[in-house]
Design a binder for this molecule. Structure first.
Ligand SMILES: Nc1ncnc2c1ncn2[C@@H]1O[C@H](COP(=O)(O)OP(=O)(O)OP(=O)(O)O)[C@@H](O)[C@H]1O
Length: 535
């Protein structure tokens, strides 16, 4: 049998439905489904033995007065809607499962199938208990209309334990009668991961978490430890990614406020008015969108604990005045409020900016600076404490591999040397990001120089030691030539060495004639090389 779908467009007229019905009978086609689009037309799905029957049916229908068009279609409207709905369901990140009023699965998306370990085609049409176990909460929702949130379930399916959280709501028709129920499903392992993550980030950070080997860091940590015992304001200075937040956190944890909140806020990440309401809170009706009953600001929330004001150099002059008042008087006033609320908060501020220059240029208040700068601690950039790089790299590799469930990787000696040789303008954060990128991309456990060259800007540098004319007075010369993977042509290596030597000699003998004499070449050769190498 052949199957067809035709769409008949018409202008509504009495008896037309009957006429269409009569013509289908006349052509001896077997109707399977019919859908009417009010005031517009009708779609019929039918089967017949020969193609000619379908052609004849279309021709007969087209002859009818009031029928404006007859066209073949590939799908019934309900099938198109079904595809649209399936696409929508599959675009959400949670599992979705719907049942009809008999408790039969009518819809299920791919995420739900993955969580429940079933196939989509098999699941649709099954009584829901067969999918989610005996007496599931979704049936209570269907029978009694109760909505549930995050009900935990553990079932056995195909010999494995499936654990998930489900939230259920009833589906009601326009008269309020329950005609089905829908459940959203979350994989318990994913939820656990989020909980672990949240716990991890709220884990107390101590000075033991600050990995170091350099003398500078050892001295800095000793000072910070001493500072943690008192409640004075601390100003942490250092380039971005040097570990200012880590220090702030450790100072809080190792002090007497450890059982009270440590609240970090990045002052550069919010607009002036948002930062103001975040820090100081607001009273009900202070502005459009203000929450009913008002809201406590971070100073109030951190009461008894520590507020970490990161990027303090970025706050506006108006907020600088407000902050100064809190530091001077120990009270905050909510936006739109008239009461001063006493708070006991230790402030640790941090910045990578040059506050002294900002004071000079009128962008930072000097009175606030003195209030904040009670105990200044400066974290050196990573390039000034290269001794930390080996241990830090090892620590970061272990941390990254654990996070992505990969066996622990290690650095080849040459790779470690390359990491140590870098300048790291983004400091520890940049080192961490670099290692993370490489670890994600390599298949083996050893991080080799070519991996660094392929996926980062880090390339092997060839160090040439010259024992030529300059070594006469026991000097050595090192020339760095970057190579990304393969060796550069010899001509380029020679040119780099030549350029470096001429530059050095010219520094000591700043005339082409003298430099030529030292290097045993003519004045013109030196002048040509200066031009060629743009020295
Ligand atoms: N000594 C260290 N030992 C272990 N991890 C470190 C160390 N220093 C920094 N990190 C890690 O490097 C990343 C950046 O550190 P952090 O956020 O504390 O820097 P920051 O100076 O506050 O940066 P920014 O100024 O950009 O906010 C974090 O993941 C942190 O855990």
């Amino acid at each position: 049998m052949l199957q067809y779908i035709i769409q008949i467009d018409f202008v509504n007229s009495p008896g037309l439905g009957y006429e269409i019905f009569r013509i289908t009978e006349k052509n001896n086609v077997d109707k399977i489904a019919m859908e009417v689009i009010p005031e517009q037309g009708m779609i019929i799905q039918f089967q017949c033995a020969k193609e000619e029957q379908a052609q004849s049916l279309v021709a007969d229908l087209t002859e009818l007065e009031n029928i404006t068009a007859v066209t073949f279609r590939t799908q019934m409207p309900y099938q198109e809607k079904e595809i649209e709905l399936r696409t929508i369901l599959n675009s959400v990140s949670e599992g979705v499962l719907a049942i009809n009023k008999k408790g039969i699965v009518s819809h299920i998306n791919e995420v739900a199938c993955t969580i429940l370990g079933c196939k989509l085609e098999e699941a649709i049409g099954l009584p829901v208990e067969e999918l989610v176990g005996e007496s599931p909460p979704i049936l209570e929702t269907l029978h009694f209309g109760d909505a549930h949130r995050l009900k935990e379930r553990r079932i056995k399916r195909n010999g494995r334990t499936v654990q998930f959280l489900s939230s259920n709501i009833p589906i009601r028709n326009s008269r309020g009668r329950i005609i089905g129920a829908v459940s959203t499903i979350q994989d318990f392992r994913q939820v656990e991961k989020v909980i672990l993550q949240a716990n991890k980030s709220s884990r107390l950070i101590t000075f033991d978490d600050i990995i170091h080997q350099s003398q500078q860091m050892a001295r800095l940590i000793a000072s910070a430890r001493a500072v943690s015992r008192i409640s004075s304001t601390v100003l942490l200075r250092g380039e971005s990614g040097t570990g200012k937040e880590l220090f702030a956190n450790a100072i809080h944890t190792e002090g007497s406020r450890r059982n009270r909140p440590f609240i970090p806020i990045n002052c550069a990440a919010l607009t002036e008015s948002l930062l103001e309401s975040e820090l100081f809170g607001y009273e009900e009706g202070a502005f459009t969108g203000a929450v009913k009953g008002g809201k406590k600001g971070l100073f109030e929330q951190a009461n008894g604990g520590t507020l970490f004001l990161d990027e303090i150099g970025d706050i506006s002059p108006r907020l600088q005045v407000r902050l100064l008042r809190v530091l001077q008087e120990g009270t905050v006033r909510r936006v739109g409020g008239d009461k001063d609320i006493r708070v006991d908060v230790r402030v640790i501020a941090a910045t990578h900016r040059n506050l002294e220059e900002m004071i000079q240029s009128g962008n930072f208040r000097d009175d606030l600076y003195y209030r904040l700068n009670v105990i200044p601690l400066t974290i050196p950039p990573l390039r000034e404490r290269k001794a930390d790089i080996p241990l830090l790299s090892q620590h970061l590799i272990r941390k990254i591999c654990a996070e992505i469930n990969k066996p622990e990787a290690h650095l080849a000696q040459k790779s470690l040397e390359l990491l140590v040789a870098q300048e790291w303008p983004g400091n520890v954060r940049q080192l961490e990001n670099t290692l993370e990128r490489v670890i994600n991309l390599i298949d083996n456990a050893e991080i080799r120089p070519e991996h660094l060259a392929a996926w980062t800007d880090i390339t092997e540098a060839v160090t040439l030691r010259s024992t030529g004319p300059i070594s006469k007075n026991h000097q050595t010369l090192q020339v760095e030539i970057p190579i990304a993977g393969d060796w550069p042509p010899l001509k380029e290596i020679v040119a780099s060495v030549e350029k470096e030597i001429i530059t050095r000699v010219l520094k000591k003998h700043p005339s082409s004639r003298l430099a030529g004499q030292v290097l045993g070449v003519s004045n013109t050769t030196i002048l040509n090389k200066i031009k060629e190498y743009k020295i």
